[in-house]
Design a protein around this ligand. Sequence first.
Ligand code: GDP
Length: 265
Amino acid sequence: GRVAPPLAALSQVLRLERSRRTAIVFPLQKLERHLAPGTDTARFRLFQPGLAALQRAEALFRSDRGHPIDYVSSAVRTDHAPPPALPEVCFIGRSNVGKSSLIRALFSLAPEVEVRVSKTPGHTKKMNFFKVGKYFTLVDMPGYGYRAPQDFVEMVEAYLQERRNLKRTFLLVDGVVGLQKTDHIAVEMLEEFGIPYVMVLTKIDRASRGVLLKNVLEIQEFVKKGTQGCFPQLFLVSSVEFSGIHLLRCFVAHVTGNLPTVEAS
Ligand code: GDP
């Protein structure tokens, strides 16, 4: 198996000095300090678990003999998906947004998990199902592109509309370029279906603070004014530096009903 990267585990993060630790665990909070005084930041702290909840969530993402984390199967149609027995979350986003890197980072404490990438043009794009013990399933949806083939759109739409055990959809947005036209199309689809989703800003290590602040504020404003089903707090991640990964694991654990109580930090 692979070796888990530095900071993949909370125990490693806890050894950092305080401000660096906050930047890794709560990247949005870190950014807050650079906002103009008076900016409404209530939405930055809606989900703010304490250490105990973060640790419980991490345990879910750490595999062992009694708690296997595995790739289950791939499907091009919802009726070929595994039985909807467990609570489920799915990850969608444009090709190249950093989706496979993010899923790999989330599963970095289960090094035997293979996050497959099928990027060969013309290759059938599939939904990949991962099972996290007996607790939840995570679905890697195919990346959508500017000219997504119709059968692809139909597969994703059918999945989102039909999957009864789907608890939350994670819509990934590139932190460097912000919301793009195709992201808006995805938002419209999620809004139309009335299913709960949350936006995740990726590759934050690549964006300058100015660019990141601009994108965060623009998206928070858009979510507030233009959406119904989107969780008001944006999640920021870097799969390279591991910022936001522990918090996202905790949110996944929470929305799948695996963290009965989330005490504030
Ligand atoms: P996907 O097509 O959405 O699965 O995207 P990938 O995960 O393959 O990422 C696309 C490109 O962005 C790759 O070159 C990754 O190395 C890079 N990338 C992904 N996530 C990050 C990140 O958090 N930080 C940085 N700097 N690069 C990233």
